[in-house]
Design a protein around this ligand. Sequence first.
Ligand code: 4AD
Ligand code: MG
Length: 480
Amino acid sequence: MKHTKVIDVLKSDKLLQPITVKGWVRSFRNDRFIAINDGSTIKNIQCVLEDNTIDQHIIDRINIGAAIVVDGTLAESEGKGQRVEIKVTSIDIQGDADPEELKLTILSPKRHSLEKLREQAHLRVRTNTFGAIMRLRSKLSFAIHEYFQKNDFYYVHTPIITGSDAEGAGEAFKVTNFDLNNVPKDENGAIDYKQDFFGRETNLTVSGQLEGETYAMGLGQIYTFGPTFRAENSNTSRHLAEFWMVEPEIAFCDLDGNMDLAEDFIKYVIQYVLDNCQDDLEFLENRLVQEDKQKPQAERAEMLLRDKLKFVLENNFKRVSYTEAIEILKNSKPNKKKKFKYPINEWGADLQSEHERYLVEKHFKCPVILFDYPAKIKAFYMRLNEDEKTVRAMDILFPGIGEIVGGSQREERLDVLKEKMKALEIPEEELWWYLDTRKFGTCTHSGFGLGFERLVLFVTGMGNIRDVIPYPRTPLNAEF
Ligand code: 4AD
Ligand code: MG
């Protein structure tokens, strides 16, 4: 018989009818009540064993973690906390879970730290917390596609292996097929990439932007949504070596249009999860409330998770120029009291996450879009302003997260772009194809990149980026 997903069983009103569910045992009380979860929802279905219907040797195998198939009839629940339950007629154990061995895993029924759960990332999706996070992650991905598709953007698959380092930060992972014990050298003793698989130096992409721009010049408005890789040695709760990025790119759009799009897009996907993921959000919200009880008053969250999400929807992002932000930071209490690790003394300083968080969490107390950054601290492709000091860059800063989006209006003037590349020693030969877009029908255009895991962090209220991606890749860690 076809089985019914727990999410549908819980909504069903077909009382007294036969029903089959398949899932994993979450708990078994009094040799009578089995709670089963199948991943379709955070909620379990309660299955009740009537006296003498199930053989003792089967009952003995109903252990936490086991995969079981339950046949029974749907009944109104007599217990509290659920509307319906299943009166069991037969049970088939598909996969046993030995309780002694299970004790050594994170599936054992006691509280495990998030660090411990990370060590068993292959099992953690069977916990309520990670089930909720990963369902939200999936729904957010869908909402992202839905937003862009509804707004007539085309989804472009930019390459994962590429010859360019879009951000020019030198943080790309190399891709090679060389025998590393015997790397071919040319007559000058340098590595001879001509003999490598692609006949040239290649790396994993750090961003799909440059290729995305070429496609926006034909399709008008595009977006990418794929994995990106950065070999930056940042062991923080906000950085991954492999993360997913959403990158729209729009022809005939300036920085203001870019900011409008980013804000509208973020609000749409947050509204989507508020509308479609109530149970998981409620669970994560309560989890945070419990977690906060262990903390001193000053460190507790000011808002409940869903209120925080609604707050973002209901308020305009505050748009502030870099120059204004520097003034605010210079005169801020932590700067004057030398509380910042990197004190802000002058215009031109790169903003660290402590500064971004001060602006968002202490000063403005809402999402902030900073724009018109000094050219010196931003990438080569950003459009130079009339002042010749600043570029049309924007970063969106979120409470508890810091930078969630980075983007810009692009430098569309061939001569200015070439000048900039020369100054930064980026060889024209490497980006001849990128320069072609400026030769043939160049136009005002803009785009941004949203770090998907940072969005998932914000929406789930989790504190560490390693907990919002199934298998995090970070320095010295690529298990699974
Ligand atoms: O600011 P970034 O480096 O911008 C770009 O890559 C542009 N090419 C995007 C564009 O304009 N199309 O990265 C964009 C976003 C950041 O704001 C951050 O949210 C996220 O990507 N990000 C990371 N997320 C997790 N781990 C890392 N190591 C990240 N580096 C950047
Ligand atoms: Mg950035």
